[in-house]
Design a protein around this ligand. Structure first.
Ligand code: C5P
Length: 395
């Protein structure tokens, strides 16, 4: 039996906490509820107590409970803490490390995994402060769900609705799933990710579009399987995944040098969108009023192709191919041309760049496998498992 501590924040969606408790109870979990002061305006403690079949905790100043168990124990006795709905205010207080009510005190005192299911007005969700807070919570190791998109109680439309209770239950299940066996323990895997920036002058550059999300997700998935991961990252603002060694570079030539320096590796996954050319850059900013400059482009090293020919070639060399048309045909040709073992081809004609999902084809010597559209994390997990299969098959 899993013990879940459910913190209910103050928002219209608080009524959905009742359904969430019911679902969790039918799955055999024990649920104990904590409400913030403002949650009382939206749902009663009586409802949550009846559904959870337990006392509902609301205040730090309940001295009897402090004597009996204390707020530290209340958070430590749980296997998982779920905040649903999490308001913008509650998330901001978590980020700041405040402990000015029972909910935030528990969240600060806990050593257990925390899942946050946000719900708020669309403008509050997209406000720079909330965007910054969500990124910080994720960097702090908190799992923050993406809110649903739709009609809001306030009449506006957009992302900000509390994820439906079954989706929250699925996220809880994923967090409680046993950690996968460390199939890549003792292996070194090299990953490149993000774009490269090729300076034109001190303030301008040319680059390829790339958020780095897929490459970072792959590095994270490989590390979860126990690999020692070296992630050579172009300029991106993503947090470093846990247990990953990150080397930040700016240009393709720096990336090539960092990759070379990180060898030997058992496998390499080259996800970076490397700029194909660099410019002979000048040390001073080019002035606009003067003659329009002509850029003299020189070819960058092809890191993947160079690695394929290197005496230190990793046993499994995987390239990526971003294509906008005839995706499979181009990728099959690229595998042969670059002498990579596998090519992961993605169709970037839609909203893949910077988006949360990816739709890929895995091209190997044996043929083409088309995967269903998946979140980038799921693509990464599946690819990491396949890498483990391949290294185990030919040790
Ligand atoms: O030739 P194209 O850029 O389409 O090939 C994509 C694959 O090659 C990706 O795996 C990318 O990381 C890698 N690549 C590279 N160095 C370059 C260009 C691409 O490693 N200069």
């Amino acid at each position: 039996m899993t013990r879940i501590l459910l913190i209910v924040g103050g928002g219209i969606a608080a009524y959905k906490a009742a359904e969430l408790i019911r679902l969790l109870k039918t799955r055999g979990h024990a649920v104990r509820c904590v409400m913030t002061e403002s949650a009382h305006h939206f749902v009663t403690p009586m409802t949550l107590a009846a559904l959870s079949e337990d006392k509902v905790y609301t205040t730090l100043w309940d001295l009897k409970d402090e004597a009996e168990m204390g707020h530290i124990q209340l958070s430590r006795q749980a296997d998982l803490i779920v905040v649903a709905p999490a308001t913008a205010d509650l998330m901001a207080r978590m980020v700041a490390g405040l402990a000015n009510d029972l909910a935030t005190t528990l969240l600060l005192a806990t050593d257990k995994p925390v899942l946050v299911a946000p719900a708020m007005n669309v403008r509050m969700w997209s406000h720079a402060a909330t965007v910054r807070n969500v990124a910080q919570l994720r960097a702090d190791g908190v799992t923050v769900m993406q809110p649903d998109e739709g009609m809001m109680a306030c009449g506006e439309y957009g992302p900000g609705r509390l994820p439906e209770p079954p989706a929250i239950v699925a996220a809880i299940d994923a967090m409680l799933a046993p950690t996968p066996p460390k199939r890549l323990a003792g292996r070194h895997v090299l990953v490149t990710a993000g774009p490269t920036h090729e300076p034109i002058d001190p303030v301008r550059y040319i680059a390829n579009r790339s958020s780095g999300k897929q490459g970072f997700a792959i590095a994270a998935a490989l590390a979860r399987l126990g690999a020692r991961v070296t992630l050579v990252a172009g300029p991106v603002t993503l947090p470093t995944p846990p247990a990953v060694d990150r080397i930040d570079v700016e240009t393709a030539r720096e990336m090539a040098a960092a990759v070379d320096h990180a060898l030997p590796a058992d496998a390499a996954v080259m996800v970076a969108a490397v700029a194909d050319w660099h410019v002979e850059s000048v040390p001073q900013k080019i002035k606009k009023g003067e003659a329009t400059p002509t850029l003299m482009l020189a070819e960058n090293p092809d890191i993947l192709a160079t690695l394929a020919r290197s005496p230190h070639r990793p046993r499994l060399l995987i390239g990526f191919a971003a294509e906008t048309e005839r995706v499979i045909e181009h990728a099959v040709a690229k595998r042969v041309r670059k002498t990579a073992d596998w090519i992961v081809a993605n169709d970037v004609s839609g909203d893949v760049m910077g988006g949360a999902d990816n739709s890929v084809h895995l091209i190997t010597e044996a043929g083409v496998e088309s995967w269903e559209r998946l979140p980038k994390d799921a693509v990464a997990t599946r690819l990491a498992e396949r890498i483990a299969d391949a290294l185990e098959a030919a040790p």
